[in-house]
Design a protein around this ligand. Structure first.
Ligand code: NAD
Length: 711
């Protein structure tokens, strides 16, 4: 490593005293068949597999020292090759991102990029061939260290292999953007670097790593290292020739990059820079000039590390990885009661999805009920069809599918069906009096301690429980549609809900593999309240005279998963209008249901847009219903209005104690509405853009959390 980089890395190491250091242990062994002496470097941080190995500045320095040693041995002809592998179950999962928050200057960020390159690239400059043995999970820099080696093997047992950088807000910047397309071709590299990454960090398994050509050989997990060493011996003795396909450097390369840009546009709509930076470097990698490519990676890393999107991305990643697993305010889990049978009231859109989820995850009998046999049969049939589809896709075995189908049944007779249920959830129409009646009816038939849960999206859970003998067992259990896609579950503590019932609700949520967030019983809880508020501002602008297209484009620079009107169509104008009405009744100063939306609902229209021309356009019949004023706002004005409203509403929700902290609001928006990582949900963005201070007089997060330090 050059002395300037050593100095810069030393500086970075001082900034980051809490680094969990990955050691690079060198041991020597004799390869089978007299292939010679071999140096094997094992990356290990001294912890078990629950703390995966990562690279911070000190870890890079350790690897560098190990490479000093093997470089000398190789030069002296003492070894025939060098291998790199990981501790059990983990190869290495990349740069230690906890360190990013500590980097305050671009030079420090640049040092991290250069340091990684300078250390890793030594593996391609030794006097002997080098081998990476991907024995377990490999991500980011873990994948990249192997790309610098001459050869790679992978274990069939590898469960997760990815370059998640773009998803977080970085580029694969320790060689990945440059080396991967030169190894497997641009199109496959785009799949790994852009497509998989932007699809919620989709992981490859060992077999796919081999099929894609990233690894030259694949072996079973049980004797992976032994097999890899045998293979290494054969390669070194010339008994086995590794043939890789030629890389297509024609226009196909450019087409692959364009495909990547289309994927990025579809996912982040130009609102976050990482994917585009990665694609620029991958495009330039066509010329095969590694030095130039690595330099471009360093610059991109430094820019992105000093930008707000990455900091927000790391914050968001931490929320979904950690906060979601330890929900703030959840009671002691030892209070939870067991759940051995589930009842679902209603067999409609949500109820059927819930029945499937409960049966799959809890593996207990689930009984659906509704107002007539036909609706029940339809609900059960839908669940059975979904199970058949899972079977077809190979996600379930035949006997598991049979078992699952047998678990889900329907009955018109609530008394008989729910007599031994210990968790009953209702998902009937959104009407308070109906839900109250159903709970009263259920209380007559279910066991004394059974939980009564409601999937209401906006009504008061406290009022729903008011007339019951045992209101303490009522909880809100608010799922998001589609249930299989959106991980959020808002768990509502009503005024009289007791700890045991709440603990049971959290225990069930965990088994359902949902991200549970504890919320207070307040109108529309978290996600729907924020979405309705912001939608209200966009529709308000339309009612007052701003053209629909202008208002609908206003939020585009944020890169939300869909535009406001497309979201409105997905939710359904009637449902959205109903929730707006509930919120307007609670908070008339801030929520006004749109008069035009009211007319659309009254006319029975189910969407505002038609898609006849391939792209969404306002339905002429809807346009004819609109009555608008003459105040025309620009996109920017609509955006400011909507963001100001969001900031105000979040501050009010925090003051009311709807959730414990701003972090919970962000977690809800990410997992319940798909709001992007590069916004960190929303509060890091509102803080960064100055909206929080302007509207509420203060930031949502502490300075330094999810934000770039002031210069
Ligand atoms: P839906 O209209 O698809 O289903 C409601 C079902 O309840 C119907 O099948 C109806 O026949 C049945 N029902 C009505 N009265 C009943 C009674 N007395 N006994 C038994 N069944 C009865 O509605 P949905 O979209 O599934 O919504 C259900 C609940 O879930 C609502 O409270 C809604 O606010 C909430 N929710 C909906 C969504 C969504 O996106 N649709 C998301 C989250 C929560």
């Amino acid at each position: 490593m050059s002395s300037s980089t050593v100095e810069l890395l030393k500086g970075a190491a001082e900034l980051f005293p809490d680094e969990v250091v990955t050691q690079a242990h060198v041991r020597h062994l004799d390869l089978p068949g007299g292939a010679g002496r071999f140096a094997l470097i094992t990356l290990d941080n001294g912890f078990d597999h629950t703390k995966p190995t990562t690279f911070g500045p000190q870890s890079l320095a350790h690897l560098d020292a190990a490479l000093d040693q093997v470089e000398q041995e190789a030069a002296a002809g003492e070894i025939a090759g060098v291998g790199v592998t990981g501790k059990p179950f983990i190869f290495a999962v990349g740069a230690d991102l906890k360190g990013v928050e500590l980097l305050k200057a671009r030079d420090e960020a640049l040092a991290i990029g250069r340091g990684g390159h300078e250390v890793f690239k030594r593996l391609s400059g030794l006097a002997v061939p080098t081998f990476a043995y991907y024995n377990g999970a490999a991500m980011g820099g873990g994948v990249e260290i192997g790309l610098h080696c001459t050869y790679r093997t992978v274990s069939r047992a590898v469960p997760a292999f990815s370059l998640p950088e773009v998803f977080l807000g970085l580029v694969p910047g320790w060689g990945g953007c440059t080396l991967l397309p030169n190894l497997i071709g641009a199109d496959r590299a785009v799949t790994v670097v852009i497509e998989n990454s932007l699809n919620q960090n989709r992981q490859l398994k060992g077999k796919q790593v081999h099929d894609l050509g990233i690894a030259d050989a694949i072996f079973e997990g049980a004797d992976f290292l032994e097999q890899s060493l045998g293979w290494t011996a054969a390669v070194l003795k010339g008994e086995l020739e590794v043939v890789r396909p030629d890389i297509d450097r024609s226009e196909a390369w450019d087409a692959a990059i364009e495909r990547g840009r289309a994927v990025a546009d579809d996912k982040v709509h130009g609102a976050a820079p990482a994917a585009y930076r990665a694609l620029d470097i991958m495009a330039a990698a066509k010329n095969g000039d590694l030095r130039q490519g690595f330099a471009a990676e360093d610059e991109a890393l430094a820019d992105l590390i000093m930008g707000g999107e990455l900091r927000a991305g790391i914050y968001a990643f931490d929320l979904v990885q950690r906060r979601a697993k330890r929900p703030a305010g959840a009671p002691d889990k030892s209070l939870a009661r067991p759940v051995t049978k589930v009842g679902v009231v209603g067999a409609g859109l949500m109820a059927s999805q819930l029945a499937l989820l409960f049966a799959r995850r809890l593996e207990v009998p689930v009984v659906l009920t509704d107002i007539d046999q036909e609706r029940i049969d339809k609900g059960v049939a839908w669940v059975h069809e979904q199970i058949d589809m899972l079977l077809l896709k190979g996600r379930l075995h035949q006997d598991a599918a049979n078992r699952l189908k047998a678990l889900v049944t329907g009955s018109l007779d609530k008394a008989a069906a729910f007599a031994d249920a210990d968790f009953v959830i209702e998902a009937v129409f959104e009407e308070l009096s109906l839900k109250q009646r159903i709970f009263a009816e259920l209380e007559e038939v279910v066991p004394a301690e059974a939980i009564l849960a409601t999937n209401t999206s906006s009504l008061s859970v406290t009022e729903m429980a008011a007339g019951l003998t045992h209101p303490e067992r009522v909880v809100g259990f608010h799922f998001f549609n589609p249930v299989a896609v959106l991980p959020l579950l808002e768990i509502v503590r009503a005024e009289r809900t007791d700890d045991a019932s709440l603990a049971t609700a959290f225990a069930v949520a965990k088994k359902l593999k949902k991200s549970a967030v504890l919320v207070k019983d307040a109108p529309a809880f978290v996600v729907n309240r924020i979405l309705t508020r912001f939608m209200g501002e966009v529709l308000g602008a339309v009612d007052e005279g701003t053209p629909v297209e202008v208002a609908d484009r206003a939020l585009a620079p944020l890169g939300l998963p869909m535009s406001p009107i497309v979201l409105l169509d997905l939710v359904g104008p009637a449902v959205a209008h109903h929730v707006a009405g509930t919120l307007a009744a609670a908070f008339p100063d801030r929520f006004t249901p749109s008069a035009n939306l009211g007319r659309v609902v009254e006319a029975g229209k189910r969407t505002l847009y038609v898609h006849d021309s391939g792209k969404p356009e306002l339905d002429p019949e809807v346009a004819a219903l609109f009555e608008v004023g003459d105040t025309v706002l620009t996109e920017e004005q609509v955006r400011d209005r909507a963001l100001d409203a969001i900031a105000q509403e979040i501050r009010l929700m925090l003051d009311e104690g709807v959730v414990a902290e701003a972090q919970d609001v962000d977690l809800c928006l990410i997992t319940g509405a798909g709001w992007p990582f590069h916004l960190g949900g929303i509060t890091p963005y509102l803080d960064r853009a100055g909206v929080s201070e302007r509207v509420t007089g203060r930031r949502f997060l502490q300075p330094g959390v999810a934000s770039v330090p002031a210069p």
